[in-house]
Write a protein that binds this ligand. Structure first.
Ligand code: SAM
Length: 285
C-alpha cells in the first residue's frame, strides 16, 4: 500500500471516519519524491534516533523507519492514533507518542533511548505553530544533530533572514545562534491533501557544536533579543525599556558602551551586536 497516494488517504478517511482538522494544520503529503528529499536531506543513518513531529497518517514515519535505528513520532490528534497503529503496526522500530509536542519533555524522551548514532528531528510541521516548535527545540537545547522540517515558505524566509531585511526577526537570530540553516527544497502547495493556500520550504538546521558568539548569560541574551524585536517601530532605547530593572538612563549608557546608536531599531542589529549589548547590560545592574 502506498501510504502517500491520495487514494489511500481517501480509504483511511472512509475506513476510520477520519476528518481533517484545519485547526491542527493537517495537510498530508502525497508526493514520495518530497518525502525522499526530506529524509535524504536530513542525513539519517541506521544508527540514528529520529524524532518526528506530527506524523499524520505516517507517510514520513514509514520511510524514516526503513533507514533509522528508531523513530519516535509525536502526534497530538488522538483520532490519528488508531490510523497510525494500522499504517505502521508492522514496524518494530516505531513508537507513537500521543502528545502535544510543545508540552513534551523531548530531552527526557531521548535520554531513555540507547542508540549508537545521533538524534535527528524531522517533520512536516503544522503551520500554525512552526515558530514555537522551532523556538522550543532550540531553547530547550534538544540534543539533536539536525532538524529537517517543512514549513510555510514565508516562515522559512524569516528563519534564514539577514539583519535589516523585512523578514528579519528574533527567530532569525535564534536560528543563527544555534544552527546553520540550509534550504533543502521548495515545495508547491499542490502536493498536499487538503491543499493549503501557501507554498512550503524544507529547511535543514545543523545544530552548531560551537556558538558563533560567546556571552556571559544565554538566557539574558534571548531576553534582550526578544525585547529588541518586541516593538518594531520603536528605537532600541525605547524597546529595551521592557527589560525589568533597567531605566532609560542605564539603557542609554549601555548602548553607548556597546558602541550602538540608541536611535537604531532592534531589527537592524546583528547577532554580534546583540551579544555585546547583552553582556554590557548584564553587568550594568
Ligand atoms: N507528517 C504528515 C504528512 O506529512 O503527511 C502530517 C503533516 S501535517 C502538516 C501536521 C501534523 O502535525 C498533523 O498530523 C497534526 O495533527 C499534527 N500536529 C498538530 N499540532 C501538533 C502538536 N502541537 N503536537 C504534535 N502534533 C501536532
Amino acid at each position: 500500500m502506498k501510504l502517500y497516494a491520495p487514494s489511500t488517504i481517501r480509504e483511511i478517511r472512509d475506513r476510520f471516519g477520519f476528518r481533517f482538522s484545519k485547526s491542527l494544520g493537517q495537510n498530508f503529503l502525497t508526493d514520495k519524491n518530497i518525502i525522499d528529499q526530506i529524509l535524504e536531506g536530513s542525513g539519517i543513518t541506521g544508527d540514528d534516533l529520529v524524532i518526528e513531529i506530527g506524523p499524520g497518517i505516517g507517510v514520513i514515519t514509514r520511510e524514516a523507519a526503513q533507514v533509522a535505528h528508531k523513530v519516535i513520532a509525536i502526534e497530538i490528534d488522538t483520532n490519528l492514533i488508531p490510523i497510525l497503529n494500522w499504517t505502521l503496526g508492522d514496524l518494530e522500530n516505531v513508537e507513537i507518542v500521543n502528545q502535544d509536542v510543545l508540552k513534551t519533555q523531548l530531552n527526557d524522551l531521548i535520554a531513555k533511548e540507547s542508540f549508537p548514532g545521533v538524534v535527528r528531528v524531522v517533520g512536516n510541521l503544522p503551520y500554525y505553530i512552526t515558530t514555537p516548535i522551532i523556538m522550543k527545540l532550540l531553547e530547550d537545547q534538544v540534543p539533536a544533530a539536525s532538524i529537517t522540517v517543512m514549513m510555510q515558505k514565508e516562515v522559512a524566509d524569516r528563519l534564514t533572514a539577514k539583519p535589516g531585511t523585512k523578514d528579519f526577526g528574533a527567530i532569525s537570530l535564534m536560528v543563527e545562534y544555534f544552527a546553520e540553516a540550509k534550504e533543502i527544497v521548495k515545495v508547491p502547495r499542490t502536493v498536499f491533501v487538503p491543499q493549503p493556500n501557501v507554498d512550503s520550504t524544507v529547511l535543514r538546521l545543523d545544530i552548531r557544536d560551537e556558538k558563533p558568539v560567546k556571552v556571559e548569560d544565554e538566557e539574558f541574551l534571548f531576553k534582550v533579543i526578544k525585547a529588541g524585536f518586541g516593538q518594531r517601530r520603536k528605537t532600541l532605547s525605547n524597546a529595551l525599556s521592557v527589560l525589568k530593572g533597567y531605566d532609560k538612563a542605564t539603557i542609554l549608557r549601555c548602548l553607548e558602551e556597546a558602541g550602538i546608536d540608541p536611535v537604531r531599531r532592534g531589527e537592524t542589529l546583528s547577532l554580534e551586536e546583540y551579544a555585546r549589548l547583552s553582556d554590557v547590560l548584564r553587568s550594568a545592574i
